[in-house]
Design a protein around this ligand. Sequence first.
Ligand SMILES: *Cc1c(COP(=O)(O)O)cnc(C)c1O
Length: 338
Amino acid sequence: MIIDFRSDTVTKPTPGMMEAMMKARVGDDVFGEDPSINELEQIAADMFGMQAALFCPSGTMTNQIAIKCHTQPGDEVICDESSHVYQYEGGGIAFNSGASVKLLQGDRGRINADQVLSAIQPDDPHRAHSSLVSLENTSNRGGGSCYDFSEILKIQALCKEKNLSLHLDGARLWNALVAKKETPKKYGETFDSISICLSKSLGCPVGSLLLGKKDFIKKARRIRKVFGGGMRQAGFIAAAGIYALQNNIDRLSEDHHHASQIAGAISKKKFVKQTLPVETNIIIFELNDSISAPGLVAKLKEYDILGYAISPNRVRLVVHLDISKEMVNKTIEVFNQL
Ligand SMILES: *Cc1c(COP(=O)(O)O)cnc(C)c1O
């Protein structure tokens, strides 16, 4: 039994999801004729109370399309230094949009309105034009940390006042919604665009959605084609998305419970310097000098437990749909022995 905590992207479709995929009605989505994709986009837009949605192959693409839509070359994007859009999208902000980035040092990936205010450039021809703020909820490198919605509202008011767009990288927004008992509609009312992943916590093989106003999504659809993301009979994977939205959201609290149980065992270990607070399904812990992160990952592998060294002294474990209670118990036993 391999226990794979490397990422919540490693899940495989369940029989129920496979069945939904096999039965999908499909068509050519570039012609707008795939009924399953159209249905998924409608369901997602309705959930968030937003006007429209666009189905894309990845969360990187939905983020990058959003940034492209919100900026002009030479503009500046404001985000946390650890954010996925900056760290893990291959320099895409510069590559795709010709924009620069103003990085802020947030609290476990979360920035606040005062920081955003200080990062907005004055209206001066010497300066880059600040045009977009991008938030991430939950924060990946922040260990699955969640924003306080009151802070998001402050940032939104500021963006409105200063005429900046506000984007949410909500790859794991589902986890935040469940952990904080929030509704998607609150987010839909607050952000100009939202990216959500179906391939992370919800257990789909592929797929992300970009949400926004009608005109914005129209523009995004054009850019998706330019980026090579116009898919054809992709309704087979959209059907997995519909299934996931209907079946796999509420169960996330189970993952969160499992993550906190495992973190409890980890934080007792002498070789662990600190464990970041576990708010959702991600556990990040820092090691002291007795063992390196790659060293511990190799050690865990001897017990068929897979983790990920995110830095020389930090390990990340992500709990997901394919991690059973039995696997959680075995992991706790192994840590107790180490
Ligand atoms: C995984 C992830 C994405 C998108 O990743 P893809 O692999 O391109 O789907 C975006 N943002 C965050 C915070 C992520 O964790």
